[in-house]
Design a protein around this ligand. Structure first.
Ligand code: NAD
Ligand code: UDP
Length: 319
């Protein structure tokens, strides 16, 4: 790891979103100057309200599909809607954000000779044909389905990042993020953790898509942000792609039952149609993250869910 104890100017695109707002807070706590660029498509001012009075923090409303001229030392490129209902709402814009947006941010990084981090995703593996997914697996992705705007957009972004490295010797850090949850998730983003917690807290039916046997591996947000910062601070030869996630794999049915118990809810489980191309399983092999970042998740599903339940409970009381 490099010693990055000095104060840097850091750009976080998508900084008003779920992961971006946690990252901005973490970087400010480490004494850096943070510039958050966000078009507020899915991000919310409320996520960053508590940071606005900090003189080291600045926000600009900006769509990364257009060039951005700023002076920074590092770039975290997180801008992109992440939940299926949000990224499928305007699929052309989703692809543009990953492709045009990456070109603009890579161009900026090239001019500044800045290290750039890309928030890639486990979705680049599509519906994987292997059970424990390592970075060498090329994936099983539908190129023209409803999820393709996100999956193929992120795959093309990875291509661009590695071509900028090969062609322009840019310092890149490509992280493949697996399902992450925690406070500041958008309550209407339709993702399984936010949906199920809100449904259990309000005693509404829990909507399982399909039979609930599909699996996911859920990582608590603080663990994920710690991995981002560790990755950014690695030496230049460590560029990824590196899987970041919690290898603790569970079925969606198990998650529903666990949340009913944890919240003492009266909710009933109902089964609905499985969306197209919904991956049947997802579990990261995090050997590389352990080796290169000396990182593995510390927060258990139980403890993470307790914090997320607390967040949504307070949010519902304000609504
Ligand atoms: P999010 O939707 O909460 O945040 C995305 C942010 O990007 C929002 O603030 C949104 O307004 C902003 N944005 C979208 N398009 C933009 C554009 N064209 N220009 C500027 N800003 C734009 O999602 P998140 O969960 O915080 O995800 C952050 C990143 O991590 C995304 O790139 C996502 O693909 C990736 N990721 C997240 C997860 C997860 O489980 N949360 C998993 C895999 C990958
Ligand atoms: N899911 C569900 N009920 C919901 C929301 C999601 O059963 O109310 C399922 C979804 O079909 C998928 C899994 O939960 O199999 C995770 O969905 P999410 O949208 O959170 O993320 P994904 O990993 O699919 O991008």
């Amino acid at each position: 790891m490099k010693n990055n104890s000095q104060s840097l100017r850091i750009l976080v695109t998508g900084g008003a979103g779920f992961l971006g707002s946690h990252l901005c807070e973490r970087l400010l706590n480490e004494g850096h100057e943070v510039l958050c660029a966000d078009n507020f498509y899915t991000g919310r001012r409320s996520n960053i309200l508590h940071l606005l009075s900090n003189p080291m923090f600045e926000v600009i409303r900006h769509d990364i599909c257009f060039p951005l001229y700023v002076e920074v030392d590092q770039i975290f490129n997180l801008a992109c809607p992440a939940s299926p209902i949000h990224y499928q709402f305007d699929p052309v814009q989703t692809t543009k954000t990953s492709v045009h947006g990456s070109i603009n941010m890579l161009g900026l990084a090239k001019r500044l000779k800045a290290t750039i981090f890309q928030a890639s995703t486990s979705e680049v593996y599509g519906d994987p044909a292997i059970s424990l997914i390592n970075e060498e697996y090329w994936g099983n992705v539908n190129p023209n389905g409803y999820r393709s705007c996100y999956d193929e957009g992120k795959r093309c972004a990875e291509t661009l990042f590695f071509d900028y490295k090969r062609q322009h010797n840019l310092n890149i850090k490509v992280a493949r993020i697996f399902n992450t949850y925690g406070p500041k998730m958008h309550p209407n983003d339709g993702r399984v953790v936010s949906n199920f917690i809100i449904q259990t807290l309000t005693n509404k039916d829990i909507t399982i898509y399909g039979d609930g046997s599909q699996t996911r591996s859920f990582c608590y947000v603080d663990d994920m942000i710690d991995a981002f910062v560790r990755f950014m601070n690695t030496t230049d030869d460590v560029c990824g792609p590196i899987n970041l996630g919690n290898p603790d794999e569970i079925s969606i049915l198990y998650l529903a039952e666990k949340l009913i118990n944890m919240t003492n809810s009266k909710s009933k489980i109902v089964f609905e149609k499985l969306p197209q191309d919904d991956p049947t399983r997802r579990k990261p092999d995090i050997t590389k993250a352990k080796q290169y970042l000396n990182w593995q998740p510390k927060i258990s599903l139980e403890n993470g869910l307790l914090k997320a339940i607390d967040y949504f409970d307070k949010l519902l009381k304000q609504m």
